[in-house]
Design a protein around this ligand. Structure first.
Ligand code: PGA
Length: 258
């Protein structure tokens, strides 16, 4: 794992966007796994700028989103379909048919989840997966006690997640209780993973994920089993890391590394 600490969210987002751009420049038809939430907003904004001002091309890119709320239609303002369209897809040149987002309104979730997994495989697998982290340590909606081998399926949201996400809804009762989400096992099959985290509220989860034991109680800790994970965190989210000095020392020395 590589842990890259930046002083501000803006710097964190821009550095992560450059890492994504490098991958797209090397492989223009890359398959990206995308995340929603407040955390990747700065990264998406920077990708849009790179597209508009520096010609970053998405015409051959395919995307698979991590999750969607069950019961929200695609044009519901809090659906992840809507989020992705507003914050990224309508601002870049990705073909509509290359965009995959789990359906929150299918009448057969089991069949849909199996099809989603199949489409990821048929597209050659995810080259780069972007992730945020929940304050309970979840990745996607893989809440505590999710199997570390889990695949795309329906999950019941944890109380903590419902409370965290209530800020986007008028009342707590409006937050959906169920979500359709890629599994931890699905995520671990990506070629490369970038996890972003910012703010004090994420510090404990980040420390548990990076320095704690691998446990289904903190599903982000499963990333310790993956061989190519980059953490981009701001100073607040890094504040509970015991080995922070070491990670920063590695980054400082990397330029001269053999
Ligand atoms: P957030 O959500 O980016 O809105 O904090 C992250 C997550 O729950 O994975």
């Amino acid at each position: 794992m590589e842990i890259i600490v930046k002083d501000t969210v803006e710097e964190m987002s821009k550095t992560a966007a450059r890492a994504v751009a490098r991958i797209l420049n090397a492989k223009p038809n890359a398959v990206l796994g995308l995340a929603t939430g407040s955390t990747p907003l700065g990264l998406y904004k920077e990708l849009v700028r790179l597209h508009k001002e520096e010609g970053l091309d998405f015409s051959q890119v395919t995307t698979f989103n991590l999750d969607e709320y069950v019961g929200l239609t695609q044009n519901h303002p809090q659906s992840y379909h809507y989020f992705m369209h507003e914050n990224l897809f309508k601002r870049i040149n990705i073909p509509k048919q290359n965009i995959y987002i789990p359906s929150g309104t299918t009448d057969n979730y089991e069949a849909f989840c199996a099809w989603y997994e199949l489409r990821i495989r048929q597209c050659g697998g995810i080259d780069l997966q972007l992730l945020g982290i929940g304050s309970d340590g979840h990745i996607a909606f893989n809440e505590p006690a999710s199997s570390l081998g889990s695949r795309t399926r329906i999950k019941t949201l944890a109380r903590q997640t419902i409370e965290d996400n209530a800020r986007f809804f008028d009342t707590l009762d409006q937050v959906p209780i169920y979500a359709i989400t890629m599994g931890v096992g699905t995520i671990l099959e990506a070629g490369k993973i970038i996890l972003l985290a910012n703010g004090k509220k994420k510090a404990a989860a980040v420390a548990a994920a990076i320095e704690g034991p691998v446990t289904s109680m903190v599903t982000a800790s499963a990333l310790q089993l993956h061989r190519d994970v980059l953490y981009f965190v701001d100073r607040e989210a890094a504040s509970e890391l015991k080995m922070l000095d070491y990670y920063e020392w590695i980054q400082a020395k990397m330029v001269d590394a053999p």
